[in-house]
Design a binder for this molecule. Structure first.
Ligand SMILES: [Zn+2]
Length: 443
């Protein structure tokens, strides 16, 4: 089996790996000015997608802009998220020469789409492929690729390959904590969570000879989930008791729903705004891909959906409530309306809910207490806090996962310090490497 790294090697964004010049795993987009796409122009026989985040699906429609019409395999939620993101990309960049696809290409995606559930093996470009829950966002999958049944005639590579390799591509994943920690004193939201409320952590460990493993948080230790949640809930409630408003910037996919579940569990009155509303509605149609469909139903009816009509946003910004809204890093979305409204009052609060990439307004706000909104730098007197509601495994989570693969070849991708993590694994006896962008590996 030959793997070519077209993106996501030593970086987060534009994930893309080509297997034997034939099967493409993910085809993402790196958010930047201008956006960056995977290198090369692959013409795969089939495409398999791990999950519906921009950095894994963002460039998929471009694969259909020529004559090639490869089938695209994914779970039902991943398909819906990919289409939502593609339409959003067209809205943002459709007029720009940097946009790599057209509305027509997006339509073609629906024509070649093939959806599969977890643990239902299917054939793609002659490989047997199986999805397993990756615990990252709804529909996210570890992808097992087995070339055992693949006829050599179907193979474009002449590597003398015996055709018996099982590759596990983890995609992004999250694992639950090994055991429930004692709940923090005063925890009042039922059973303390051991992971994300929205999706159960990854538990499947299918046999594999090669593991292509993400490493986003390979140098981070997440605090126990129950304590992060508790600190967040206490902080928000304090502000609401004081009559303040809390803006909760959150990514539309996964994080918005997680925050709504937390608000419901802790009885925090909340509004939801931005693209996360549409995603919440969509997930209600795919209950088998969330941890607790009843909890999501309760969370959805607990939250008030903002329509944005008749100055509604300005009125809400005066109320003692949490406002869960895109964008997660303050680079657009309705958050841009709420922040200027609430920023001057020190009773109000802005709680960031995820990692803030360097150079984003969210990062600047956390570090300097100023925010650049619509090109104007504004001082912010409202309190600013950051919480780590990560949907990625941390260092110990990655190591617990890899414990099941000590005899396999490990290739580390999707992170800022892939090389350092591969070094650590090698020092512990693993056969590990960190491929570079554009590199080809025979496994
Ligand atoms: Zn992701």
């Amino acid at each position: 089996m030959q793997l070519r790294f077209l993106g996501g090697a030593g970086e987060v964004g534009r994930s893309a790996v080509l297997v034997d010049d034939s099967l493409l795993l993910d085809f993402g987009l790196l958010t930047a000015e201008p956006p960056q796409y995977p290198v090369g122009t692959p013409e795969p026989d089939a495409v398999v997608v791990s999950h519906g985040h921009l950095d894994h699906v963002g460039t998929i429609p471009a694969l259909l802009s020529g004559r090639n019409r490869p089938p695209i395999h994914w779970t039902p939620p991943t398909r819906e998220l990919a289409l939502t993101l593609a339409r959003d990309t067209l809205k943002l960049h459709g007029q720009s020469p940097h946009c790599p696809f057209t509305e027509n290409d997006v339509k073609r995606v629906t024509e070649v789409s093939e959806t599969h559930g977890y643990r239902e093996s299917f054939e793609a470009a002659g490989y047997e492929v199986t999805f397993y829950n990756a615990g990252h966002i709804p529909g996210s999958a570890h992808v097992l690729v087995d070339d055992a049944g693949r006829s050599p005639a179907g193979s474009r590579t002449q590597s003398g390959d015996d055709g018996d390799t099982r590759l596990l591509y983890t995609g992004d994943f999250h694992v639950d904590e090994p055991e429930a920690a004692d709940p923090p004193a005063g925890f009042d939201a039922g059973e303390p969570p051991v992971g994300q409320r929205l999706v159960a952590g990854s538990t499947a460990r299918p046999d594999a000879d090669v593991v292509l493993c993400e490493s986003t948080y390979s140098d981070v230790a997440h605090d126990p989930r129950a304590s992060v949640e508790h600190r967040f809930a206490q902080s928000v409630k304090t502000t609401l008791w004081e009559g303040g408003t809390v803006v909760v910037p959150a990514f539309a996919i996964g994080r918005t729903q997680e925050m709504l579940l937390i608000c419901e569990a802790h009885d925090i009155p909340c509004y939801v705004d931005g693209m996360g509303k549409e995603v919440t509605e969509m997930l209600r149609r795919h209950p088998e891909f969330v941890r607790d469909p009843d909890a999501l139903r309760r969370a959805k009816s607990h939250a008030r959906f903002v329509t944005g009509r008749d100055g509604q946003r300005k009125r809400i910004a005066d109320q003692p409530a949490a406002i869960v809204t895109t964008s997660g890093m303050l680079s657009g979305g309705p958050a841009m309306t709420y922040i200027p409204e609430i920023r001057a009052n020190p009773v109000n609060k802005i709680t960031m809910t995820g990692y803030q990439v360097e150079g984003t307004p969210g990062r600047e706000l956390l570090e300097t207490g100023r925010a650049e909104i619509d090109g104007r730098v504004m001082p912010v007197s409202a309190q600013v806090e950051g919480y780590d509601f990560s949907a990625h495994a941390d260092h110990d989570g990655l190591r617990r996962f890899l414990d099941s693969y000590d005899g396999a070849e490990i290739l580390v991708n999707h992170g800022d310090r892939c090389e350092a993590f591969a070094d650590e694994l090698r020092a512990d006896g693993y056969d590990a490497a960190a491929p570079e962008l554009g590199a080809t590996y025979s496994v």
